[in-house]
Design a protein around this ligand. Structure first.
Ligand code: C2E
Ligand code: CA
Ligand code: CA
Ligand code: CA
Length: 279
């Protein structure tokens, strides 16, 4: 909100204080939420834009609240990152999602890929590679079925560490996707040295897509970059047929968004995509 006059300024300060208090409260409740088993995962389909086939899903964490409703990850993930709680939470997400996918593989499409979000804090933890190796062994999910989504900011934060880890993960057979791509402005030189498996075009560039060349500038550039790097691009946040059409025309390989399928709890994801048509 704009700050107007003295009263407005005081209002702004009070608002900040309320936000800070709210954050503190959140932090306290978050602390025990994992032990209490309060988190859930939802799965959003990722679709081959040429064939319409479901290629797999992205796991998205959910924190339902006792009175109904939920606190969104955009609210609690930053708090969990600040407190360090993201480390056990992220490990739970990875293990739970891999377990789910290993189970689905037995009954569904064995080629399905699972995309898991990894926070920078996890990415930079010294034991992360060992943790991924252990979870894959434990759950039986083949490494080639796992994609780790890390935001572009991790690359900016520690380019060499990121390059090393991405290479080691690739040796293991696990792919790395650069999430929210285009928002962080990585240097193209860094990108060239990175062993990367996917670019995820941020939805802020998908939203404005229209027939006008100017509205397509970033999307076109990212998809083309992906082609030159030989990695597929995932268009995020596809909500309209027009956006879908433009991405298809640009030869964007994969799509994700409410138009193609919303994030669903496992039971619903299963009945919709594992047993289409019921049964
Ligand atoms: P993200 O990784 O970019 O995930 C995509 C977000 O876009 C999800 O929000 C998804 O529900 C939403 N979305 C999907 N399709 C559409 C669409 O067509 N339109 C719009 N407007 N939104 C769409 P969600 O689940 O609320 O997650 C928000 C962010 O929280 C994620 O952004 C990710 O950065 C973070 N997050 C979620 N789960 C995890 C997790 O398990 N670990 C970590 N570290 N971060 C997570
Ligand atoms: Ca993501
Ligand atoms: Ca994203
Ligand atoms: Ca995001």
């Amino acid at each position: 909100a704009k700050v107007a006059g003295r009263g407005g300024y005081r209002f702004y300060v009070e608002e900040m204080t309320a936000a800070a208090q709210e954050k503190l409260r959140l932090r306290g409740r978050l602390a025990g939420a994992l032990e209490r088993g309060e988190f859930r995962l939802h799965y959003q389909p990722q679709v081959d834009l040429r064939t319409g086939r479901v290629l797999g899903a992205e796991a998205l964490v959910r924190w339902p609240q006792p009175g109904g409703g939920w606190i969104t990850p955009d609210q609690f993930i930053p708090v969990a990152e600040e407190s360090g709680m993201i480390l056990p939470l992220g490990e739970w997400v990875l293990r739970e999602a891999c377990r789910q996918f290993a189970r689905w593989r037995e009954r569904g499409d064995p080629d399905w890929t699972l995309a898991v979000n990894v926070s920078v804090r996890q990415w930079e933890a010294p034991h992360f590679l060992a943790q991924v190796t252990e979870v894959l062994r434990e759950t039986g999910l083949p490494p080639a079925r796992l994609i780790l989504e890390v935001t572009e900011s991790a690359l900016l934060h520690d380019p060499e560490g990121t390059q090393g880890l991405a290479r080691e993960l690739a040796d293991l057979g696990v792919r790395v996707a650069l999430d929210d791509f285009g928002t962080g402005c990585s240097s193209l030189g860094q990108l060239q040295r990175l062993t990367i498996g996917q670019l995820k075009l941020d939805r802020s560039f998908v939203g404005p897509l229209s027939g006008w060349p100017r509205d397509q500038a970033i999307a076109r550039t990212v998809v083309t970059l992906g082609h030159w790097l030989s990695v597929p691009t995932v268009g995020e946040g596809i909500e309209t047929a027009e956006q879908l059409g433009v991405l298809r025309d640009l030869d964007c390989e994969v799509g994700q968004g409410f138009l193609l399928g919303s994030p669903l709890p496992p039971e619903e994801f299963e009945s919709r995509y594992l047993h289409p048509g019921g049964g």
